[in-house]
Write a protein that binds this ligand. Sequence first.
Ligand code: PEP
Length: 248
Amino acid sequence: MSGQNKLVVGNWKMHGRRQMAGALVRDIAEGIPSGVDAALCVPFPYLEMVSGLVNGTALAVGAQDVSDCDDGAFTGEVSVGMLAEFGCRYVIVGHSERRARHQESSERVAAKAAQALRGGLVPIVCVGEQLEEREQGRTLDVISAQLAPVLALGSEALQALVVAYEPVWAIGTGLSASVAQAAEVHGAMRAALREVAGSSADGIRLLYGGSVKPETAADLFDGENIDGGLIGGASLKADDFLAICQAA
Ligand code: PEP
């Protein structure tokens, strides 16, 4: 895909304290290079502070989850309306840590993506296989099953969302997928998206995530159909995150 900036999104997960978060956001916001779209998905309690800090900069803000329901009796959940109030542009849905710890099904993940879109946010839908599934040669089947309910949202929805391929065995392990491994999955995802959205699918951004580091980012971002990255650990260090943005 060409003609569109790469998108680099940091996922802080459940890291940070107020002071550290403020300093990190300031450092990152100051250094975002031109020609790349960048965002930080931060813990809910920091959304208000971070939204204020990035105001007027090239950095966007996102959350790490959203409820698939409208406001109501859903203890512990956060609605898309609340996220919008705090200036969120993006929201991660279906991260493997949530799929595993909160038993989120692919149908629930698609419902969250649809709800995010209804609220005007850009969902970043995560998919990815376990190591065992890769070793059994089932990677593309797993990705296809995870994507199926998302594809069912239809062409218009697909064109407004982002998909992140994050092999579970690469997340937080220091073991990134090779460019060839990532490009194979991204190619299959692009083909599946084209079946629903036709040539418009070429504008849907497909991110790679899983132990992306400044040293590996440039090669990954050169890979076919790799339109940016979802960055965990390296988004907690301004120099590393900015170097990855630079590589994009
Ligand atoms: C992630 O949590 O989305 C992620 C990619 O983490 P890391 O970069 O630390 O592997």
